[in-house]
Design a protein around this ligand. Structure first.
Ligand SMILES: [Ca+2]
Ligand SMILES: [Ca+2]
Length: 473
């Protein structure tokens, strides 16, 4: 057995041990609401993508602009100014990736081959024009565009860099035909810098005085200076609800990834997830980004405010800090699972080790002195843990090629960022993609890995416990 195989075996053992320890909690069912959250199909046209228990899914996150350029003709978007023009030498500019590129990769079988069942696409809405970038650092003086999608100009239009509305619909239909669900990334906390809404409806945004007067800066103050919606106003709530409902009605998306969840008021989320709200779990699954490593904080968004799932930042932080070097303390990872009692149902979490906001796991290992070989082995270990633990795994583009990435392009030069263009050629140089396929197959085969409790085990098609089948179609 070589070192790599040994690491793999260790990874499997660690993960299974932790997973089984989670089994011991044997979470009690929480009534009809949760059952519907897991089981009810979304009532939207074209939504025919198979099972509706999201614990059975494995999610791939594509940052569309950085994934695949299927149509060079749209690379300059609306070409409003220089900042709309694609420039792959600038990590803060548009690079050309689009819906056509994603669709082609679906047709090629790219996602299915690795066992993915759902694709989370970065926000699709029209972005504000580029702004001036950093004053210092490696990207000083460069234009800074909304290539990531989090700077909305118009919440009801597709950004032309990504394609047209018809192309977006075609992408979703192609995904469904190929057994893949589509998760749309939505932002209700803020608009883009200088968005038209800030001029037509300035009263819709928190003022500096309101920010200063508030004890809850997370909610009432601008994030990175972005215009912060005043969800307390009924008109704003209605507008944002309409925005989220619009995309469901128009496109047949299967899920929502909700950005900056802790930056909007609790009352907003309560109505959002209520019956009749745009995130009603009986109609659509969603996962919220609550950037916080405390299970008690994360649990509140699911159990008190109604979110079907949130990203498991608690597990992310433990894995990042303690699986990335020989000096790590696995007890800290086990400690996260030991807190699973904080959640009414920890199997509803969405797990990850990489995303577009954090240092990639491979770079965490390298930064702690690990070699590239060790980084790849530890990545395997971390993914093994992810796929054999409770929660729906989500994998960020580039992880399948063991891509490195130090952080947000704002602070790093091209080649060092966590949002590099997807390098498909690198697939031939590693085995992480094959490992992901094997792990996804294991999740399909052993429901204990997705259910995390002994009484829910059995084949996915076998009779399910009554609390789980209630309300299923
Ligand atoms: Ca393009
Ligand atoms: Ca806010």
């Amino acid at each position: 057995m070589n070192r790599f195989q040994k690491t793999r075996r260790l990874g499997a053992l660690v993960a299974l041990t932790l997973s089984l320890s989670a089994c011991g909690t044997d979470q009690a069912p929480q009534g009809t609401d949760n059952v519907q959250a897991l089981g009810a199909p979304a009532q939207v046209p074209g939504n025919t993508a198979g099972v509706h228990d999201w614990r059975d899914e494995v999610i791939y996150f594509a940052l569309t602009d950085r994934f695949a350029n299927g149509n060079p003709a749209n690379d300059n978007g609306a070409d409003r100014n220089q900042g709309d023009r694609a420039d792959t030498s600038n990590p803060l500019a548009w690079h050309g990736g689009d819906f056509a590129g994603l669709k082609a990769k679906i047709e090629e079988g790219y996602f299915k081959r690795m066992g993915f069942t759902a694709i989370w696409v970065s926000p699709v809405v029209l972005q504000v024009p580029a702004i001036s970038g950093p004053a210092s650092g490696p990207n000083a003086g460069k234009l800074f565009a909304g290539y990531h999608g989090y700077w909305a100009e118009d919440f009801f239009k597709v950004d032309p860099h990504l394609g047209t509305m018809d192309e977006y619909k075609a992408l979703i239909q192609t995904a469904h035909k190929n057994g893949l669900k589509v998760i749309q990334d939505v932002v209700v906390n803020h608009a883009g810098y200088g968005a038209t809404l800030t001029k037509t409806n300035p009263e819709w945004f928190h003022t500096e005085a309101e920010c200063n007067a508030s004890s809850n800066k997370d909610v009432f103050c601008p994030l990175a200076g972005l215009p912060d919606f005043k969800q307390e106003l009924p008109d704003v709530t209605r507008y944002l609800n309409n925005f989220v409902a619009y995309w469901q009605q128009q496109t047949g998306i299967n899920g929502l990834r909700i950005d900056t969840m802790k930056h909007a008021p609790d009352a907003y989320w309560r109505q959002f997830f209520a019956a009749g709200g745009p995130g009603n779990p009986a109609k659509i699954w969603s996962v919220g980004e609550v950037f916080n490593g405390d299970p008690a904080v994360l649990a509140r968004y699911m159990d008190d405010l109604g979110s079907p799932s949130v990203f498991d930042f608690a597990l992310y932080f433990a894995v990042k800090d303690h699986l990335s070097s020989a000096g790590g303390d696995l007890g800290r990872v086990a400690g996260v699972f030991a807190q699973d009692g904080a959640y009414s149902d920890p199997t509803r979490l969405t797990t990850f080790i990489d995303n577009h906001d954090v240092r990639r796991f491979v770079s965490e290992v390298r930064e702690r002195g690990g070699s590239q070989t060790e980084a790849t082995e530890r990545l395997d270990l971390a993914l093994s843990l992810l796929y054999t633990s409770r929660g729906t795994p989500s994998v960020y583009q580039g992880t399948e090629t063991a891509q490195a990435g130090l952080g947000d392009p704002y602070n790093y030069a091209t080649g060092q960022t966590n949002r590099e263009d997807m390098n498909f050629a690198a697939l031939a140089q590693g085995q992480t993609d094959e490992r992901l396929a094997a792990l996804a197959a294991a999740r399909q085969k052993y429901p204990a890995l997705t259910r995390g409790c002994s009484r829910c085990c059995g084949s996915p098609t076998a009779a399910r416990p009554s609390w789980l089948t209630a309300g299923w179609s």
